[in-house]
Design a protein around this ligand. Structure first.
Ligand SMILES: CCC1=C(C)C2=CC3=N/C(=C\c4[nH]c(/C=C5\NC(=O)C(C)=C5CC)c(C)c4CCC(=O)O)C(CCC(=O)O)=C3CCN2C1=O
Length: 497
């Protein structure tokens, strides 16, 4: 692992998956099948067993009834195991970790599970009755707040830079509203996001807990620390616990929203005071969030398909114009409205060494040619796109009023010819949860900020993001033009032969 250059990089490199400890709301054993011998255990395991841990022996007494079921599960293809201990409000969970089994035991009361199914069914009906994603997210936040009793439940969506935006919320007024606030990517660093993509749910019932060490600290057989990536009881990064205390949230639970295999966002729950939610209720929340994720994926697919059909019609119109006009260039620029509609642009330019044609709102010719020189210097990419050219080309902020967003398609392999679409900057004010640029350094290390009050920032030099459908339409038209140019060149070559 490279030596971190900055504190933030150090934060993003904290090995949160091997804390060597658990949270105190349960106990943990590491068992070695087939004898289920205990090789490691959390320091509080004796409290649960009612006797000292016998390393090298299976954990006896309270776990006797369930050990055979765990052994049977271990021989199956089921990824995880979870069962209540007979006649006790105790949940036993297990998952594989290398050659071992990690056994987690939580003593948490929960309502009769028979009550849960009707509630989940009613949520399915509520979700089906929502006409859009905003309504679905609000319904999900409300349902999880009612099911868990957390003071505030919010739906938190990541943007392409992993900054987050609170897009739905349900609260009981005990915590401030964060609706529409944004939070910087550093608040949930990359290794945490990767962990949450793999392990969809986590709870911190009390941010002021004392970690419970696992003993021995490494597996006696291979000397490695225990990987708790998939453990529910995993002790949490101290910097995040400080973050929670700064935020005034004594308890939190977050459930990953996975859309098409990507971490789309989180459903994040907070309470002002310590708050526990049992494993069965957490699983019900995971099911509810998966239902929301399916709805989000379906809506995104539907929107994308509709946009691709719409842009496909424009492409067909432009191809017809290019093949019926004397030259493809005249056909293309002659139907300027369609050329702009091809990607939803406000201006477009076709730039060659001996030609310069434009339609709509474009920068000055010398500015466009400056952009082309920069594009040529960037290498062989067929298509370049950005919603903020100023982040790439210094000086281009002077024409951001017409060209903050750019799609540039190279249309000739031999000459420097480009088809470039432009979008103007959209000036908007966003509200952050605290100053995202503020770094708190104390005792030589970074700390989370202490204020999460709305902090306004004006966003400049940025256009509306290009959608996947619009970038695909740009590629489609580029492919068609390159094909026409090549055919014209072949015709000319055969005529002169
Ligand atoms: C109001 C919107 C919102 C935010 C911004 C947020 C943040 C958040 N951070 C989480 C986790 C972490 N943050 C950090 C790091 C930082 N947080 C900071 O504010 C800074 C500056 C750092 C880097 C030092 C780390 C290491 C972790 C991993 C903790 C673990 O699972 O072990 C986690 C996941 C842990 C949890 O569920 O509380 C969250 C979710 C909670 N939550 C929110 O509801």
């Amino acid at each position: 692992m490279d030596h971190p250059a900055t504190d933030l990089e150090a934060c993003a490199q904290e090995p949160i998956h091997i804390p060597g400890a658990i949270q105190p709301h349960g106990v943990l054993f590491v068992l070695r099948p087939p004898h289920m011998a205990v090789v490691q255990a959390s320091q509080n395991a004796e409290r649960f067993l009612g006797q000292p841990v016998q390393y090298g022996e299976p954990p006896r007494r309270r776990l006797d009834p369930i050990l055979p079921k765990i052994a049977a599960w271990h021989g199956s293809s089921e990824p995880t195991f979870q069962m209540p201990l007979t006649n006790e409000q105790v949940t036993v969970s297990a998952h594989r970790s290398g050659r071992s089994i990690i056994l987690e035991i939580e003593e948490a009361s929960y309502p009769p599970l028979d009550d849960l199914l009707p509630k989940l069914r009613s949520f399915g009906q509520i979700l089906a009755g929502q006409s859009d994603i905003a309504g679905s997210m609000a319904a999900c936040a409300r349902f999880i707040a009612q099911l868990t009793g957390f003071d505030r439940v919010l739906v938190y969506r990541f943007d392409k830079d992993w900054n987050g935006h609170v897009v739905a919320e349900h609260g009981n007024g005990k915590l401030p509203s964060y609706l529409d606030l944004r939070f910087p990517a550093k608040d949930i660093p990359a290794q945490a996001r990767a962990l949450y993509a793999a392990n969809p749910i986590r709870i911190i019932p009390n941010a002021s807990y004392q970690p419970v060490p696992i003993e021995p600290s490494v597996d006696p057989e291979h000397g490695k620390p225990l990987d708790l990536s998939n453990a529910q009881l995993r002790s949490v990064s101290p910097v995040h616990l400080e973050y929670m205390r700064n935020m005034g949230t004594a308890a939190s639970m977050s459930v990953s929203i996975m859309v098409n295999g990507t971490l789309w966002g989180l459903v994040s729950c907070h309470s002002a005071n310590p708050h526990m939610v049992s494993a069965p209720i957490r699983d019900a929340c995971d099911f509810v969030v998966q239902s929301l994720a399916i709805r989000i994926a379906a809506q995104a697919h539907s929107d994308d398909s509709a946009r691709r059909v719409e842009l496909g019609r424009v492409t067909a119109q432009l191809l017809a114009s290019m093949t019926t006009e004397a030259s493809w260039l005249e056909g293309l620029v002659g139907d300027g409205e369609a050329l702009l509609a091809q990607v939803g642009a406000s201006g477009a330019a076709i730039v060659a060494e001996d030609a310069y044609l434009t339609t709509g709102s474009v920068p000055r010719e010398e500015e466009v040619r400056e952009l082309v020189e920069w594009l040529r210097a960037q290498g062989e990419a067929e298509l370049f796109s950005t919603a903020s050219l100023a982040q790439h080309l210094p000086g281009s902020e002077r024409f951001a009023d017409v060209a903050a967003g750019v799609i540039a398609a190279r249309i000739s392999e031999l000459h420097s010819s480009w088809l470039i679409w432009f979008r103007p900057e959209v000036v908007r004010t966003v509200q952050w949860g605290g100053d995202p640029h503020k770094e708190v350094r104390e005792e030589g290390r970074i700390h989370p900020r202490k204020s999460f009050d709305a902090w306004r920032e004006q966003v400049r030099l940025t256009a509306l993001e290009w959608t996947g459908a619009e970038l695909a339409a740009a590629r489609d038209l580029r492919t068609a033009i390159v094909g026409i140019v090549l055919r014209k060149a072949e015709e000319l070559a055969s005529l002169s032969a």
